[in-house]
Design a protein around this ligand. Structure first.
Ligand code: SAM
Length: 280
């Protein structure tokens, strides 16, 4: 019998520790251990990796990660009520589950991990995008993580993998696709969670590329993309006029028609424009 089978069902864990879901903490729990094992498998081979899990809650996904053979899991949970439940899992997997109580936005997680590192999380929706942007914009590239396997609201997942030409395409797509491969690997209906959220969810798997697809300075690219999509209905010559007095010339030099809108511009052209603006 594997360790996962010796632990009580999640419903019982939740009842015994009185883990009534709190909306303010984005708590929508996964109770089906077949499903959490399936999500853990989307992250690839975990056996020689440390895994960072944000928001383990009662530990359904944590149990999946450990059962799938993760070398070590660092679980960062804000809600103190969940810690005793997670300690029961740690006891069933001696030395393999490390629990940190605190806010994932404040904790220096990589300091507690050994490479190679994969991040796997059913993210709290209120901080999910902020965490993703931080993972995608580290001070140096390649980042400390090899892959990110993350549950988002479906609409956010679609923005991450979006291609030019539609409403979903924006800053998140450019940031995610510039230095990673991003794919939606699973779709989950509201009923997969307890309590069910209002919207559907999806798991996105991102793999860090060794370097960017097209050269650009990260800070300049970030500025260009933020300005372009902040006023996405405007023509680029207007949306970007604050970036350089001769923006029309620079747009043309980057191969972009100044009357185009941000939504139509492929990643490669945004990088070309960032290089043009970096020339002073
Ligand atoms: N992983 C569990 C599962 O799949 O059933 C719970 C997922 S639930 C969507 C999100 C979890 O993130 C909750 O346990 C919540 O308490 C925790 N959380 C919310 N904000 C957090 C933060 N800033 N830092 C760390 N954990 C957080």
């Amino acid at each position: 019998m594997s360790a996962i089978d010796t632990l009580p069902p999640l419903r019982e864990v939740i009842a015994r520790h009185r883990l009534s879901a709190r909306k303010a903490l984005g708590q929508n729990f996964l109770l089906d251990l077949n499903l959490t094992a399936k999500i853990a498998r989307q992250a690839g081979d975990l056996t020689s990796c440390d895994v960072l899990e944000i928001g383990p809650g009662p530990g359904g996904l944590t149990r999946g990660l450990l059962a799938e053979g993760a070398r070590r899991v660092l679980a960062v949970e804000k809600d103190a009520r969940c810690i005793p439940a997670l300690e029961e899992i740690a006891a069933a997997y001696p030395g393999r589950l490390h629990i940190l109580q605190g806010d994932a936005l404040e904790i220096d997680a990589p300091a507690h991990l050994t490479k190679p590192i994969r991040v796997v999380a059913n993210l709290p929706y209120n901080v999910g995008t902020e965490l993703l942007v931080r993972w995608l914009t580290p001070p140096d590239w390649p980042p400390y993580w090899q892959s990110l396997t993350l549950m988002f609201q479906r609409e956010v997942a679609e923005r991450i993998v979006a291609q030019p030409g539609g409403k979903a395409y924006g800053r998140l797509a450019v940031l995610a696709q510039w230095r990673s491969d991003a794919r939606i690997v699973m779709a989950l209906p509201p009923g997969a969670f307890s309590p069910p959220p209002k919207v559907s969810s999806a798991v996105v798997h991102l793999t860090a590329l060794p370097g960017p697809r097209h050269p650009a300075d990260p800070a300049v690219l970030s500025r260009v993309v933020a300005a372009a999509f902040n006023q996405r209905r405007k023509m680029l010559r207007a949306a970007l006029k604050g970036l350089a007095p001769d923006i029309e010339d620079r747009l043309r030099a980057a191969g972009i028609t100044p009357t185009d809108r941000a939504e139509q511009i492929p990643l490669e052209a945004f990088c070309a424009l960032a290089r043009q603006l970096d020339r002073s």
